[in-house]
Design a protein around this ligand. Structure first.
Ligand code: E4P
Length: 218
């Protein structure tokens, strides 16, 4: 599974990229607002740090304007992935932009039929929003399962499933079990993935016993 980080905060991205485990980044207009910086600067800075796909979202709602914005954003760097909303206009724009060779992430996906349409429109990534479905008492992970099944039924559908709106470490594990290709994870949750109290306790015991041996490796 590939790990993307879901933030527009450059310092957080640099910290996680330094692990060598980061495959890409997703941003959205809300995350750009939170960064307090101009979008183009943010995207340019992120693409300089992360060689993998960096999603930058259009804000137009009509296909023609989405295409124009998409071309503009894609010109920032070769790894910019144009993020389009899952509307009919977004799907039209997806078809055109992927036809021109651009990477496209179709976002705000809440149903398997939407995901099927995005794949037919040639999307590079489809972003089903797990947490927002769970917030409504629905089953976000079932959506990942359903999309996986549908995509696997048809060899010609090559769109990658990008599990989004992840709120817990369990979401990451369940998305991996369900066969999502990518998880985009908020930095705080990404850091928690490596943590376990028994790891901390075990390490404390080993180091304490090691100190008693009086030895040092180097
Ligand atoms: C994905 O690309 C989105 O930016 C993100 O995962 C949305 O998450 P949220 O529902 O926590 O806002």
């Amino acid at each position: 599974m590939k790990f993307f980080v879901d933030t527009a905060d450059l310092a957080e991205i640099e910290e996680i990229a330094a692990t060598g485990l980061l495959d890409g980044v997703t941003t959205n207009p809300s995350l750009i607002l939170k960064s307090g910086r101009p979008m183009v600067d943010v995207i340019r800075d992120i693409t300089a740090v992360v060689p993998g796909p960096v999603s930058a979202e259009v804000t137009a709602t009509k296909a023609d304007k989405m295409i124009e914005e998409g071309r503009f954003l894609a010109a920032i760097a070769s790894n910019v992935t144009v993020k389009l909303p899952l509307t009919w206009d977004g799907l039209r724009a997806c078809k055109v932009l992927t036809g021109e060779g651009f990477l496209v992430n179709v976002t705000l996906c809440f149903s398997a039929n939407q995901a099927l349409l995005a794949a037919k429109a040639g999307a590079t990534f489809i972003s089903p929003f797990i947490g927002r479905l769970d917030d409504l008492g629905l089953d976000g992970m079932k959506l990942i399962d359903d999309i996986r099944t549908i995509y696997d039924n048809y060899d010609e559908l090559e769109t990658e499933i990008l599990a989004a709106s992840i709120r817990t470490v369990n979401h990451v594990q369940q998305a991996a079990l369900a066969g999502a290709d990518v998880s985009t994870v908020p930095p705080a949750i990404l850091k928690k993935l490596a943590e376990h109290p028994l790891t901390d306790k075990g390490l404390e015991q080993f180091l304490s016993d090691w100190a008693k041996t009086g030895q040092s490796i180097l």
